[in-house]
Unconditional design. Sequence first.
Length: 218
Amino acid sequence: MSKVFPKLAKSITLAAKNGGPDPESNAPLRVAINNAKAQNLSRENIEAAIKRAAGKDASEIMEISYEGKGPHGSLFFIDCATDNSNRSVTNLKTIFNKNGGQMVNSGALDFMFSRKSVIEFPLPENCNLEELELELIDAGLEELEVEDGQVTVTGEFSAFASLCQGVEQLGIEGSKASLKRLPSQPIELTEEQMLDVEKILDRIEDDDDVQAVFTNIA
């Protein structure tokens, strides 16, 4: 949690900075707050993160993505929120170089990933999946999956706000929403190969500037 909470708070600050401090009129902020609550971030920390958006520190934070290749054909797309891009890229280069990988130019891996809106929530009791799917199609639903009592709704990147609003209007609680980069050609790795990849992945996720990491691993 010592690593997760600051990232959740930063996502709230960025959403408030970009769309204003009122979650009623700022859908991304509303989503960021709901995600933080789902991870048990306190109300006080949520309010502090929103207030921080009006400060000087928030004005210097930029959102930037980096791309890299790891061992065994693994690919990485890394979303950062940072006030110092030189620090961020230096840290990531060091991680890749020390663990059998390398950074690549921005845009080099775009064709290997599709950016999608993804919303996850527990399957509501007495839920009619066909009706649920029909209700969300107009909001931008492309795919709906259910596994182990968990519903995953996927739509286009541009449909993020409408999908979130559609789920909210259905009165569904406990949802988590995010923009994800899904691999177009997922790869399978052996357990031994995964150990090599996880060395990079763990170190990247531990970096304070990193908000999310996406790979092409199935």
